[in-house]
Design a protein around this ligand. Structure first.
Ligand SMILES: Cc1ncc(COP(=O)(O)O)c(C=O)c1O
Length: 397
């Protein structure tokens, strides 16, 4: 390729990519948006996916991103994966890959507020009708499925942590010939592999447990190789593909997913048991509690003995009680997101699920006193002391 004598020319072309024969322990970050070719024909063939290679950073492929996609497909047990710049761009791309104007899609009523907003506000603008169903009512789901472009549910639903009968939902979709899409963010591939239950598309907000350190926003879709091409097509046309540094952070995060989530699940269970005995808390939503209505189902669907690092509680005193409780915490932070090293509390009705109209919230269990907890990696003794203190504050207040 080019050479020249001028200072800038030498500065631009002098840094040759080294030929490395050893395999580095950390996947290199290919922080480049474009690639060179010897011939125009080679460029034309690579951009048309007629021969392997790389062209451009908007979803055409990048070695660091591909390394992340490969490990995600491996961990989810799917043929392939395609990575995005956020969980929402992943969910948006799957929606556009499966549905067109005039289609109807069937979605669970219990979803992350951002997903609810995509389905209730954005898809209708594309001419896609969105029908909500109670995912725990199999008959209602089965009645709604025929003719739908896809079905959508969360493994552990945000924010009340319910677990639907995922196997039955996937097999109902198969019977009706409807692609089944699941958001596996709360569970992560360590707790559940929904493809093995019959789901066709497994999406993640990589931002959460997978990257795990609250320092990256990213998403991924795990699916068949054929479906990947369609999803990739959306990313190329619409944008939103994952970028190399984010892929590097996500690859690094995945390496400790098991050890992090093992601790987070254990802490969540201890915390749930403690909070269940507190009078300041009228209900604890955590499927690890034997008293939880879906305890048995979660025991079968999730990794044996583990129920996730997320729980939610109903704090007495409505919105005022919930605010006082959250503000009395000091080890746990009030903040957005989940799945990181810091324990975070969120008041869904005013933040993550603010898109749900006030008149709709009660029917969805988004009560004024509901607080969602993402258990971090702090020492459990400190977390117990912190949450006990918050309960005492609300009781006395
Ligand atoms: C269950 C779930 N899915 C998807 C998303 C969206 O992910 P992102 O924020 O990476 O776009 C979130 C974000 O909180 C989430 O909780």
């Amino acid at each position: 390729m080019t050479t020249g004598e001028g200072f800038s020319t030498r500065a631009i072309h002098g840094a040759r990519v080294p030929e490395v024969r050893q395999i580095p322990a950390s996947v290199p970050i290919y922080q480049t948006a474009t690639w060179g070719f010897e011939t125009q024909e080679e460029y034309a063939e690579v951009i048309a996916f007629e021969r392997p290679g790389h062209t451009y950073g908007r979803g055409y492929g990048n070695p660091t991103v591909e390394a992340f996609e490969a490990v995600m497909a491996e961990l989810e047990g799917t043929e392939a994966a395609f990575a995005f710049s956020s969980g929402m761009s992943a969910i948006h791309a799957v929606s556009l890959a499966l549905a067109v104007a005039g289609d109807r899609v069937v979605v669970s009523r219990e979803l992350y507020g951002g997903t609810y907003a995509l389905f209730s506000k954005v898809l209708p603008r594309y001419g896609i009708e969105v029908e909500e169903v109670e995912s725990h009512d199999l008959e209602a789901v089965r009645a709604a499925l025929p003719g739908a472009a896809f079905f959508y549910v969360e493994t552990i639903a945000n924010p009340r942590c319910t677990v639907a009968d995922l196997e039955a939902l996937a097999s109902s979709c198969r019977d009706a010939g409807v692609p089944a899409v699941i958001d596996n963010t709360f569970a992560s591939p360590w707790l559940c592999n929904p493809a093995s239950l019959g789901f066709d598309f497994v999406v993640h907000s990589v931002t959460k447990y997978i990257a795990g350190h609250s320092d990256v926003v990213a998403g991924v879709v795990c699916c068949s190789a054929q479906a990947r091409s369609t999803v990739q097509g959306v990313a190329i046309e619409v944008g939103g593909a994952m970028q190399p540094f984010d892929a590097w952070l996500a690859i690094r995060g995945l390496q400790t997913l098991e050890v992090r989530l093992d601790r987070q699940c254990r802490s969540a269970l201890i915390l749930a048991e403690m909070l269940a005995g507190e009078t300041a808390v009228s209900a604890v939503h955590y499927s690890g509690l034997v008293s939880h209505p879906q305890h048995e189902r979660a025991s079968k669907l999730l990794r044996p003995g583990y129920f996730g690092g997320m729980l939610s509680v109903e704090v007495s005193g409505g919105i005022g009680g919930a605010a006082a409780w959250c503000e009395a915490l000091s080890t746990a932070w009030i903040g957005a997101s989940l799945g990181g090293t810091h324990t975070l509390v969120t008041h869904p009705a005013s933040t993550t699920h603010r898109q749900v109209a006030a008149s709709e919230r009660a029917a969805r269990g988004l009560t004024d006193g509901l607080v969602r907890i993402s258990t971090g990696l702090e020492n459990i003794e400190d977390l117990l002391a912190d949450f006990s203190h918050a309960c005492r504050t609300v009781r006395l207040g």
